[in-house]
Structure formats: structure tokens, C-alpha cells
Write a new protein. Structure first.
Length: 218
């Protein structure tokens, strides 16, 4: 089952959200069609590549030898301007120009850094998001918030730069640690408590299935 969600009322762009199981196989073709053949560069969390890289290449994603994949050591300690500068220089050396696009593949740190980089590289280029943690899927990948940290605090430098399309593949949640899955669920529960009675009731009635990460329930 797949859901297509349009996020309206965004200045200059309407983001599309595709949600379902098995979407990773569709991403390369969809990005190629949407970007109209321009250069696409993929910023991928190293952990995601370790877990999914071989299968992604089988599904048509570029491999490491293509020069199109930039592995990123995603951690809160690497969410800073030095990382953005290093990625920018790697993009220049790889031939990225004003017609290029970025695809961020990973959790919230990867998405924030990729979106921020896209908003300032060559004065702004398009980007796409493939969030691979539950927290990134339900929160950080939506809304166009980007940013990096300073020693004085989190996300003090950033922009709003909407992704063109977001793909949320539920199958990647299978490889999340229990801690990471619970972090995402905490955001879902908070949203339900703030103002979504139907979601709260659903969480209560499907608690065990969600804990087992059954695709239909999730």
C-alpha cells in the first residue's frame, strides 16, 4: 500500500510525500524524471549505505564508483558548518553546478544538512528527501526546516528550503534500533496528545502491532 500526500500552502512549491513499503526501488527513476536529466548527487548516511547500499545499487541507485554518492558520517557532532563546507567542496570537485540537485538519504541530521547545503550551494538548488528513521519521517523531513548547530546551541544557522519530493519507505524501519524507533514514536505520541484524538485511540488499539513494526499498522 502506498499513500501520496500533497503539502499545500508552501510558497513557490508544493511538496509531495510518498509513503509506503518498498519505495526505495522507485526513487532513482522518479528523481531522474523530475530533475529532467540534470546532475543528481546523493548524500547518504554511512550507516544507511552499510545496511542498504548493496540492495539500493541493485534497484538502480548509483554506486560509490559513479562519483554521484557522497557518504556522510551522520551524527549530531557532525552537524556543523565545517561539514557543510566539506560537502560543498566535494560537490564542486564532482562537477555539481547550478542545474544539479541533491538527495538526502538518512535520518534528521542528514536531512537537515542536505537541505541547508541545497539552499546555499550555487545560491540554491533543488533537493529531495529520503528519511530513513521514524523521527525523520514524522517530523524533520517535513516543512523545509534546515540547519546546523553552533557551540552555543542547536539549529542556530539554517534556512527554510522545501524539498521537491519526500519518499518515506517503511521497510527501512526494520533495521532501526529499538532506541531509534522509540524516539520516533515519542514524537508521534506527542502529536497525538497535543491534538489528534483519533491518532491517540489508534495508537492505543494498535500498540502491540506497532511495537512489532508490522507494516500495515505502521
Amino acid at each position: 500500500m502506498m499513500f501520496n500526500i500533497h503539502v499545500p500552502e508552501i510558497p513557490s512549491r508544493i511538496s509531495e510525500v510518498h509513503l509506503g513499503a518498498g519505495l526505495l526501488e522507485d526513487v532513482p527513476k522518479a528523481v531522474a524524471e523530475h530533475s529532467k536529466g540534470q546532475g543528481v548527487f546523493w548524500i547518504v548516511d554511512e550507516n544507511v549505505w552499510d545496511l542498504w547500499g548493496a540492495r539500493m545499487v541493485e534497484w538502480g541507485w548509483p554506486d560509490l564508483q559513479s562519483g554521484k554518492v557522497l557518504l556522510f558520517a551522520a551524527s549530531e557532532s557532525n552537524k556543523h558548518l565545517r561539514a557543510v563546507e566539506e560537502l560543498s567542496r566535494r560537490l564542486v570537485r564532482a562537477g555539481a553546478d547550478r542545474g544539479s540537485s541533491l538527495v538526502g538519504v538518512g535520518g534528521g541530521v542528514t536531512g537537515d544538512v542536505t537541505g541547508f547545503l541545497a539552499s546555499i550551494y550555487m545560491r540554491g538548488i533543488p533537493h529531495y528527501q529520503v528519511p530513513t528513521t521514524l523521527l525523520a519521517q514524522v517530523d524533520s523531513s517535513i516543512g523545509g526546516k534546515t540547519g546546523v548547530d553552533l557551540p552555543e546551541g542547536k539549529n542556530l544557522i539554517g534556512t527554510f528550503h522545501q524539498p521537491e519530493i519526500i519518499w518515506m519507505d517503511l521497510q527501512v524501519l526494520e533495521t532501526l534500533s529499538e532506541e531509534d524507533f522509540r524516539q520516533g514514536m515519542a514524537e508521534v505520541i506527542k502529536t497525538a496528545m497535543i491534538g489528534d484524538e483519533a491518532l491517540w485511540k489508534y495508537l492505543e488499539s494498535h500498540r502491540e502491532a506497532i511495537h512489532r513494526r508490522e507494516a500495515d499498522a505502521v
